[in-house]
Design a protein around this ligand. Structure first.
Ligand code: TEU
Length: 587
């Protein structure tokens, strides 16, 4: 649809640069490596690349701890490499967005170094400093009882200036004080405008709903009696001035027509999400809402890695909820089931117990994602059906600060049950899984680097999950993604922009929904089109729904547009084979 902004029907692809492609044999992915693969992404059907943080950083949280927003972390390359990447994308009609991490900086950022140097430093107020409290026994205590995302207190004591500073994440990630207008202007000028002037097309904006903290700094209610620190997202999520701050961000982006997609966690209520993405409100173009991707996670804070099994009907209901919340509004949705903070989709929503089931379920996940309304985001390796790390890898292979801290906390509890449960949860949900090297070929080093001993993350070796083994094979996961991205574009009126109606919601084995929208025929006529998406989420054969009844038309007016099944495993006419997905349509 010509009247729509480019980013609605576009396919975005997230690159986690450390794990994508290493060009200089140091075991760390880099910008020249990414540049050499832009053609691969272009061929896949990607329109816009989002690169996770590449800026100068001590890498306590894989670059989500920036110590200099205008410098590139040397192992990634140089600023000239960024210019070259922008040019390489633009020459192919593609766009590039960067990751903007401005809720916090690294503790090594110059701003924080100044801020912590004395209580009277002009940048003292750029971060959030508070005096200690003392308990009845006269012991020093943090200003509040809040628990951070990476376990432990949100406060770290600074010996030098005798105050605590706030950090929602690691202690090496102090939170910026957005209440200070000068700080905000520095963020806008030195991070956003700096990169927009260099030609980037926009930003994925990290932790976008946490900049405005509640300024009372009071204790949160006690929800975990076994811990001194309590979950307190209501103290910092969607705070009193958040919409004012986001509108300011919008003002910075607008002159560059830059696209924005904000990361909006801990906000399961659509009423709170809509204001961020309403066109009229002039805040953000899009947000990521995490209900679907968080399925299986335990309690957000204390129990995140205590796995909570879920049913297909829960997955359906959440998908429906975040499909339909924009209907009748001027807002827009995103579609995704992977990113760098979660386990692999096929390992969580599919079936990896045999190669055939792996392939079938990864293709059905592709069908599911590509038929949903909103802007589609893929995560690197999703298009190959990359899986979680093998079950045989022990806990020493987890490097992520969050996994390491949660596991240490479980160990410290000396509760064997909790330790085992945490290990199990990590094996499904840990952030590390998505960070394994991308698999370009079937060599021992998977084409990621030249010497696996140097790879920053251990390289998994199962065969068949690589670009080399899948490219050109019509039965592969990769070729199915390519085909689906093409169909999604071609019939975007239905798949990208259509309405979503869930059928048979209680069915725990088959998932069916109708997408309906307007299509433009070759001679320029607008016509209504309907598609039925039906997917078997089990290994058992499943009866097919009554297609023409579901589509509301005569049997001869329906056609099978796509099936995920290939060759011998193809199901019968009225029956879906294990993990088979199909699209029927009336156009
Ligand atoms: O994540 C922010 C966030 O709020 C969580 O959703 C995140 O997934 C984390 O796992 C909480 O348990 C962003 C980045 O995506 C993440 O990689 C960073 O670690 C984090 O911000 C801090 O910058």
């Amino acid at each position: 649809d010509d009247r729509q902004p480019w980013w609605k029907a576009a396919t975005f692809y997230q690159v986690y640069p450390a794990s994508f492609k290493d060009s200089n044999d140091d075991g760390w992915g880099d910008l020249p490596g990414l540049i050499s693969k832009v053609d691969y992404l272009h061929g896949l059907g990607v329109d816009c690349i989002w690169v996770s943080p590449i800026f100068e950083s001590p890498q306590k949280d894989m670059g989500y701890d920036v110590s200099d927003y205008q410098k590139i972390y040397a192992p990634y390359g140089t600023i000239e490499d960024v210019d070259a990447l922008i040019q390489t994308c633009h020459e192919r009609g593609m766009k590039l967005i960067l990751d903007l991490v401005v809720n916090h900086t690294s503790a090594e950022h110059e701003w924080f170094q100044e801020s912590r140097s004395s209580r009277t430093n002009p940048k003292r107020d750029w971060y959030i400093w508070k005096p200690p409290r003392y308990d009845a026994g006269g012991n020093r205590q943090p200003p509040t009882n809040w628990r951070g995302y990476f376990a432990g207190s949100t406060w770290t004591w600074d010996e030098h200036t005798q105050e605590y500073y706030l950090h929602l994440y690691a202690s090496e990630q102090p939170d910026l004080n957005w209440e200070n207008a000068e700080t905000r202007e520095a963020i806008y000028e030195e991070t956003m405008r700096f990169w927009l002037r260099r030609g980037v097309d926009g930003f994925r904006i990290d932790t976008v709903n946490k900049y405005s903290k509640r300024t009372e700094y009071i204790d949160a209610a006690v929800t975990d009696k076994n811990s001194p620190y309590q979950a307190a997202p209501e103290m910092w999520c969607n705070g009193p001035r958040i919409h004012e701050f986001i509108r300011e961000i919008n003002q910075v982006l607008a002159p560059f027509s830059a696209v924005s997609v904000g990361e909006l966690s801990n906000t399961p209520d659509p009423k709170q999400v809509l204001p961020y993405v309403s066109t009229r409100a002039r805040e953000l173009d899009m947000v990521f809402e995490f209900s679907v991707i968080r399925l299986g996670n335990g309690d957000l804070f204390t129990g995140k890695y205590i796995y909570k099994p879920f049913t297909l009907s829960q997955l359906k209901a959440l998908t429906e909820k975040w499909q339909c919340f924009i209907e009748g509004t001027d807002s827009w949705a995103t579609v995704f089931c992977e990113n760098h903070d979660n386990g692999r989709a096929v390992s969580r929503f599919g079936d990896t117990s045999t190669p055939e089931l792996w392939r079938a379920s990864a293709r059905t996940i592709a069908l599911w994602q590509a038929t949903l309304t909103g802007t589609l985001f893929l995560y690197q390796g999703q298009e190959l059906g990359m899986t979680n790390m093998p079950a045989s890898w022990d806990i020493s292979h987890y490097q992520d600060v969050e996994a390491v801290n949660f596991f240490a906390e479980a160990v410290a509890s000396r509760n064997e049950q909790r330790i085992q449960a945490t290990k199990h949860g990590l094996s499904i949900l840990a952030r590390d899984h998505a960070r394994l090297p991308f698999r370009w070929n079937e060599d021992d080093n998977v084409g990621f680097t030249t010497d696996s001993a140097k790879s920053w993350m251990r390289i998994p070796r199962e065969k068949g999950i690589s670009v080399e083994s899948q490219l050109g094979d019509r039965t592969s996961v990769l070729e199915f993604y390519r085909e689906m991205l093409r169909l999604r574009k071609r019939f975007q009126g239905v798949f990208v922009f259509g309405t979503h109606t869930l059928l048979d919601r209680e069915n725990e084995s088959t998932w069916a929904y109708i997408k309906e929208g307007f299509l433009t025929t070759k001679d320029g006529h607008r016509m209504r089109g309907r598609a039925l998406v039906v997917m078997n989420f089990t290994v058992e054969r499943a009866p097919l729904v009554d297609v023409s009844a579901a589509l509301g038309c005569a049997p001869e007016s329906t056609r099978l547009m796509v099936t995920t099944a290939c060759g011998a495993v193809r199901g019968a006419k009225d029956e879906l084979s294990a993990w088979e997905g199909r699209i029927y349509c009336d156009f």
